[in-house]
Design a protein around this ligand. Structure first.
Ligand code: 5GP
Length: 650
């Protein structure tokens, strides 16, 4: 089956493939046994027929030039009847021979000789009319313009007889014309300007276009003849300078196969290249036997029209189905330059933990095709990212190796320290995070908060990063808009305290039951009393139409995400050590350099381990600026939808 994209036509009916299926494959080496592709043999027959026709025509032309039929003209007949002249006349034969001999010599000398012959004929002719006619011809031949035209004609004829093009030299005459025009742009020569005028002539340009169109077909027909016996496909793709082809190739013995077609590239847009197709030629350059790196280098240099000669993949292609885009948040950093497994490094897409990716193809479960959120407009080609299960396998393997080496080290450590009494620290009770879950990607959806149910704002950061101050400032400036959740405690209420205002005062068993039931976002013990923020308290604020402000511990993040409270988490990062020192000094604090270092180190750790849970980050360089940025982010939740885990919306 031959398919061609050229000029937007020719797409053989799929029924043609049947004949390919019936090919006799058990007669190797015997061409007569090969049932040729009907299309190929048709091309061959056409070409043979065309060449025979051409040969015949040329023979006829040549005969016409040299074999003068005296009966063809009345005057020549008269001439032949003249006793001084005759077709049997050896003198005439001698003349004819002289003309033949000089045909490939000097055209001017040839004309002189012709003139002499005419003079002689003029002398021989009896009637005045014939003499007048011959005089007219002699005048014409004597003209300078005629001599020039004749010289050109002879030169062209000689060229034509020397080079008989059986096939077009190029199908890119149009491109060549443009290239020449570019070169001529700076030329001030008379000839250069003249040539530019010629090349920019619309008629000549149309001629070149027509030429290329015909030449493309002729060349394709010719090229195909050497692959008779194969079912080949010819495709033409337009590759712009900055548009990548978007396909990968692999070697299979000495064959080069299309390995992957990436969304957004020229190959995918054309729909003409498929995975598994063998590339025989690109723009007439033979590809078989080349290493994929050579093919890569070759294609990198090419642009414009690319003509691929392919053996289509024998694999049955699944019916094209509409791909749905899946949006995910990545929970790991990925750098393809650092990944020995990525099938094509150039096509790998790097991303960072927390980035939103739009996955547009999961055809290959191991290597998805995706765009990074915000990149899709300026990055036409999708990139390869590890698929979820593939990445999970890799992470599991990594974890197993790390765990086994840590376990080994741990055993040694415990063996040495086993006699030491275990240090009792102030316990922070929190629901256990399931570390067995390997987070790779989480499916996300856009969510626009309703006006009457505002998302809680979780502020998080190391001590002294200023998140608590920011929360207090919001509460004091707009108490009708912001509120905090009333915590629970097991301690007794003080004289001025009212149940449900400062705290919800509950018994220890009641607290512990709720804690076990996962009803606290966070909790802790202080002087033998339990304290904690309950999800119901947060919900109470949400239902009141206000925005609940939470200052979070990292351990709260996972629990909060599993609740259905849809928090928006903002990380308040400290500035540089020097700036932090200045800020704390303005609050009357005098931290030691190691304290400052600790804040920054803690922030780095938090980002490293929990950064993927943060919806936004504010670097607290200046309290006023940070406050304005915080307000801007909070206001944005009213005006723009945000990415949230899809599971929150189910
Ligand atoms: P107080 O009993 O004096 O009100 O608070 C004692 C301690 O409990 C303070 O350090 C306070 O920060 C802490 N605390 C108050 N509410 C909560 C809470 O909801 N969760 C946690 N973990 N600690 C709290």
């Amino acid at each position: 089956m031959i398919m061609s994209h050229m000029n937007g036509y020719v797409q053989e009916a799929s029924g043609q493939a049947k004949s390919h299926g019936e090919r006799a494959v058990d007669c190797p080496g015997d061409d007569s046994c090969l049932v040729k592709s009907p299309h190929c043999s048709a091309h061959m027959e056409r070409m043979q027929h065309y060449q025979e026709e051409l040969k015949k025509r040329r023979e006829e032309d040549t005969r016409g030039k040299h074999d003068i039929d005296p009966n063809a003209s009345l005057r020549l007949r008269k001439l032949s009847q003249n006793p001084k002249v005759g077709i049997d006349n050896p003198t005439f034969e001698g003349k004819e021979k002289a003309i033949k001999d000089t045909f490939h010599q000097d055209p001017v000398a040839e004309l002189v000789e012709l003139l002499q012959a005419l003079k002689w004929a003029h002398h021989c002719l009896g009637d005045a009319q014939s003499q007048q006619d011959v005089e007219l011809i002699m005048q014409l031949l004597a003209k300078e313009d005629f001599k020039n035209a004749y010289s050109i004609y002879i030169a062209v004829s000689q060229q034509m007889t020397r080079v008989i093009p059986t096939s077009p030299l190029t199908a890119q005459a149009e491109d060549l014309c443009q290239e020449v025009q570019k070169i001529l742009l700076s030329s001030q020569h008379k000839e250069g300007l003249e040539l530019t005028a010629l090349l920019t002539n619309p008629h000549l340009q149309a001629l070149m276009k027509a030429h290329d169109s015909v030449a493309g077909q002729e060349m394709a027909e010719e090229d195909l003849t050497q692959y008779i016996g194969e079912s080949v496909k010819l495709v033409r793709l337009e590759k712009a300078r900055d548009t990548p082809l978007g396909a990968t190739v692999r070697n299979d013995m000495d064959s080069v196969l299309v390995s992957r077609v990436v969304k957004g590239g020229a190959a995918e847009k054309s729909g003409l290249l498929s995975e598994g197709d063998e590339i025989l030629e690109i723009n007439g350059i033979s590809i078989r036997g080349k290493h994929v790196n050579e093919v890569h280098d070759l294609l990198q240099q090419m642009q414009g029209t690319l003509t691929f000669l392919l053996i289509p993949s024998s694999q049955i292609k699944p019916a094209p189905h509409r791909q749905t885009v899946m949006h995910v948040r990545a929970y790991f950093d990925y750098d393809p330059t650092d990944d020995p497994f990525v099938p094509c490094r150039e096509l790998g897409l790097s991303f960072q933990k927390g980035d939103i990716l739009h996955v547009i193809s999961q055809d290959d479960t191991n290597w998805w095709q995706a765009y990074r959120d915000g990149d899709e407009d300026n990055q036409p080609l999708a990139g390869l990212v590890p698929g979820k299960s593939f990445q999970q396998q890799r992470e599991t393997l990594k974890k197993t190796i790390t765990d086994s080496s840590q376990e080994h080290q741990g055993r040694l450590w415990y063996a040495k320290k086993s006699k030491r009494p275990k240090k009792k620290s102030m316990s922070t009770l929190c629901r256990n995070i399931d570390y067995d879950d390997i987070l790779t990607y989480e499916e996300m959806s856009l969510y626009h908060q309703p006006a009457n149910r505002k998302r809680p704002i979780g502020l998080i950061g190391p001590p002294n990063s200023g998140h608590d101050e920011l929360r207090r400032r919001l509460l004091s400036i707009e108490p009708e808009k912001f509120a905090v959740a009333v915590p629970h405690t097991t301690r007794n209420s003080r004289i001025h305290e009212r149940n449900g205002r400062e705290y919800h005062f509950v018994s220890r068993p009641a607290f512990e039951t709720d804690l076990a039931g996962g009803k606290f976002i966070e909790s802790g013990e202080y002087e033998r009393n339990l304290y904690g923020t309950g999800t119901d308290s947060v919900r109470h604020v949400i239902n009141s139409g206000r925005i609940c402000l939470l200052c979070l511990h990292t351990k709260s993040l996972q629990v909060l995400r599993s609740s259905n409270l849809k928090p928006f988490v903002i990380f308040i990062a400290p500035p540089s050590q020097e700036r932090l020192r200045t800020l704390l000094a303005s609050d009357g604090k005098t931290p030691k350099p190691e304290d400052l270092k600790e804040v920054i180190e803690k922030a780095r750790e938090m980002e490293q381990n929990f950064g993927h849970f943060f919806d936004a980050t504010i670097v607290n360089m200046d309290p006023d600026q940070a406050f304005h940025e915080l307000r801007r982010l909070i206001d944005k939740l009213d005006t723009e939808p945000q990415w949230v885990p899809t599971s929150w919306l189910c």
